[in-house]
Design a protein. Structure first.
Length: 759
């Protein structure tokens, strides 16, 4: 976000003028009684400064009305009629700047995980805010506001920054926003906006647009050419990436991950003059990049993973380095590094699926399907038929020569939607380095804390801040100086560990940072009493995620809105990506994790984060083999789960993920083996009995919000995940592909529903 200075020039000039008057007056005053004189000067200075920024009564009343409308959030606690708002010290939760007797900047940051009460009105909120017409910055983040964004938002003629992220706003963006020609930053991430984005070409100086984590789509937004940052991730934008992006010569960051973009990647994206960050992952992009691709000299991060791309990497993005990170796993590319790739048939099938409607809507969409084939058939029909013929022949030959290639079967007769990726090669140190860099992108930088900082954060580890005391160590809640809440884990080393090897180990720990993990923010090592070469305690500082567990979002219907089907699948996709990271970030991977649904936390944007995952083993003897040794095995009373055979541990994680899937589908936790067996039998039977029976297995709270094909795909992959035979369970890459396919079917169904209601 472009930074705007919190003190206005006008106010600064008034303060300087007042101080100058005081200095001039002091020259003519007698020099007797200096203490009284200096005290008088300080008092006079305070009143002159305060009066220079004393709000008009109407502006003060507006702030107090906001206090009531927002239901007295902590950031506004204690404000009264006598408060001089313009001299309040800025904090992480509240910042107010004034010019003369008017407010020019207002920033309120809360931590609400639920919407405000039913009496709240977004229209009343913005009506009240419009009484602050001089605002240049308006930031209302994570304070629980909900409802549509009113068109009267355009009443702020001078507004440069509008940030409404991490709330519960929904509906379409009002078209009036395209008239706000002073806007430089528009951040609406982490809400429930949907529909088409208004034409933003009329905003001549818009430099940042963040629409991530909403439901926009499928049309790509119409944009001006002044953009520096464009974030569209986690929406429903589709079609081809528009050629008009070539005109954005100031664009430094483009993040369009996890949408439904199709077709070839335009080569010009890599050579935009200012581009530094390019994320196209999690779409259905096809084809191959040209070998002579040209890249901008400033390009530092490229993610094209989890698409349907083929061919090799062009020279300019072929190698990872300290200045360039490139991710391309989950495609069908001829990759020379340790990234995991699928067979060519995987991408051929996926590319074909991207242009076909969902299977469960064929009966009511025959005319549309015929039209699609009529248009597409003349162009690609021959190539598709030839590709399918080659695929079927090669598949039959492969099945005859390699029985293992067909072991991943649908639990019922007939063809399955579940897809299988080829076997993966072992991870190596290069992949560890790459994965570690990716895990830190966009996160708070990892750092070493001092003991004084941790004591201040936890009130010297006061018992009132102790949240867990068990075999995994002592856990304390704390608050850093910037106001952010953290969890501090205290671990005692027994015996004391050599400091040099411990530092190397902490370097490995620092790599455990990912958007779908409760990430480690830093550590503190406390040396032993026998000198500086040993350590007796380690403190790990974790981020604090305070929006509840995944299970709570499925069951606490009185406290929060129930998660819709698409939200549920998206959350499990996040868990799967976190597992994929754990399995590849170290050598060997971190497996056998505690993936209980209660250990999956959701942040304000419903992003899933894995808590209580294992840590790499800290061995007493570097020559000792990894067997039954538990992570941090040299630490007292520590038993974080055993690191077993790598493949067995991976399959155990898949099983636990299957149990999470089972609960998000049915809404029923399998609390015993008999309950689990019963649910498995019912799900197996529903796949063959018919649509009504399959729909009947779904959690009643999501009734009517899912496509049958999407549900069927999720059920099929779930049953494979919880197979009693570990060898029959899919890889994490296979799980991800099928869950993403389930989302694709769901989105197609949603589009068909919209078409049917409009016709």
């Amino acid at each position: 976000m472009i930074h705007i200075h919190p003190h206005s020039p006008t106010a600064h000039h008034q303060q300087q003028h007042s101080v100058h008057q005081i200095k001039m007056a002091s020259l003519s005053l007698p020099r007797s009684k200096p203490r009284f004189f200096h005290l008088s000067i300080l008092v006079l200075c305070f009143f002159l400064t305060a009066s220079a920024q004393q709000l008009s009564p109407s502006q003060s009343k507006t702030l107090l009305r906001l206090q009531r409308l927002l239901e007295f959030p902590p950031a506004l606690a204690g404000l009264t009629n006598s408060t001089n708002f313009c001299v309040l010290p800025p904090s992480t939760s509240l910042s107010i700047a004034c010019s003369g007797d008017r407010i020019t900047q207002l920033s309120i940051v809360g931590g609400r995980s639920t919407p405000l009460s039913s009496s709240f009105s977004s229209d009343s909120l913005f009506t009240t805010l419009s009484r602050l017409p001089s605002l240049t910055v308006l930031s209302l983040v994570s304070i629980g506001i909900w409802g549509p964004l009113p068109g009267k938002v355009d009443r702020f003629a001078s507004l440069k920054v509008l940030n409404l992220s991490s709330n519960f706003l929904h509906g379409a963006i009002p078209p009036q926003i395209s008239t706000m020609s002073s806007l430089q930053n528009l951040v609406l991430a982490g809400n429930s906006f949907n529909g088409t984005v208004p034409d933003l070409k009329s905003l001549p100086i818009l430099a940042e647009l963040d629409l991530g984590g909403n439901r926009f789509g499928p049309d790509f937004p119409s944009l001006g050419e002044s953009l520096v940052t464009l974030v569209l991730k986690n929406n429903s934008f589709g079609g081809k990436i528009p050629a008009g992006l070539a005109a954005l010569d100031q664009l430094q960051k483009l993040d369009s991950a996890s949408n439904q973009f199709v077709g070839w990647i335009p080569p010009f994206l890599f050579s935009l003059p200012s581009i530094r960050y390019l994320d196209l992952s999690g779409n259905q992009l096809t084809g191959q990049l040209p070998a002579n691709l040209s890249c901008s000299s400033g390009l530092g991060y490229v993610d094209i993973s989890n698409n349907l791309l083929m061919g090799g990497l062009p020279t300019c993005i072929r190698s990872n380095s300290s200045s360039l990170v490139v991710l391309n796993s989950g495609n069908c590319m001829a990759s020379g590094d340790s990234s995991y790739q699928h067979s060519n048939s995987y991408c051929n099938d996926g590319a074909l699926a991207a242009i076909l409607p969902p299977a469960d809507h064929k009966s009511r969409s025959k005319s549309k399907l015929g039209l699609i084939f009529g248009i597409v058939g003349g162009v690609v029909g021959g190539a598709v038929l030839l590709g399918l013929l080659v695929f079927l022949v090669s598949r039959r030959v492969r099945a005859a020569t390699n029985p293992e290639s067909s072991m991943f079967q649908k639990p019922i007769a007939g063809k399955t939607l579940v897809q299988v990726s080829p076997g993966r090669t072992p991870a190596d140190a290069r992949h560890m380095s790459q994965a570690a860099r990716v895990g830190t992108l966009g996160l708070t930088p990892y750092r070493v804390f001092s003991m004084e900082e941790l004591e201040e954060a936890t009130d010297t580890f006061d018992p009132s801040n102790l949240i867990e005391d068990g075999p995994r160590g002592h856990f304390y809640k704390g608050w850093l100086q910037d106001g952010s809440m953290v969890v501090v884990r205290r671990l005692k080393l027994k015996p004391k560990h050599p400091l040099q090897s411990l530092l190397k180990y902490m370097d490995v720990i620092s790599k455990l940072r990912h958007h779908h993990l409760v990430s480690i923010l830093g550590h503190c090592i406390v040396g032993g009493q026998d000198g500086a070469n040993t350590a007796s305690f380690v403190f790990l500082v974790f981020e604090h995620v305070q929006n509840g567990t995944l299970r709570s979002h499925l069951t606490e219907w009185r406290k929060r809105e129930m998660m819709k089907w698409l939200q549920r699948v998206s959350a499990v996709i996040g868990v799967a990506r976190g597992i994929q990271f754990l399995h590849t970030v170290t050598v060997p991977g971190i497996v056998g994790n505690d993936l209980n649904i209660e250990n999956i936390l959701l942040d304000q944007t419903l992003t899933a984060k894995i808590n209580n995952y294992n840590l790499p083993v800290l061995l007493k003897n570097k020559n000792k083999k990894v067997g039954s040794e538990s992570p941090f095995s040299t630490m007292e009373d520590s038993d974080l789960g055993s690191i077993r055979n790598l493949d067995h541990g991976e399959k155990e994680d898949i099983y636990q993920l299957g149990l999470i899937l089972l609960e998000i589908i049915t809404g029923k936790p399998a609390e015993s083996q008999s309950e689990l067996d019963s649910l498995k039998v019912q799900l197996q039977k529903s796949l063959t009995d018919g649509p009504a029976e399959l729909k009947g297995m779904a959690d009643p709270s999501i009734c009517g919000t899912f496509a049958l094909g999407s549900l069927r795909t999720a059920v099929e992959i779930t049953l494979n995940c919880i197979s009693e035979d570990p060898s029959m369970r899919p890889s994490i890459d296979d799980v991800l592909w099928n869950l993403q396919y389930s989302v694709q079917v769901q989105d197609g169904w949603g589009s068909s529903e919209n078409l049917s209601t409009q016709s």
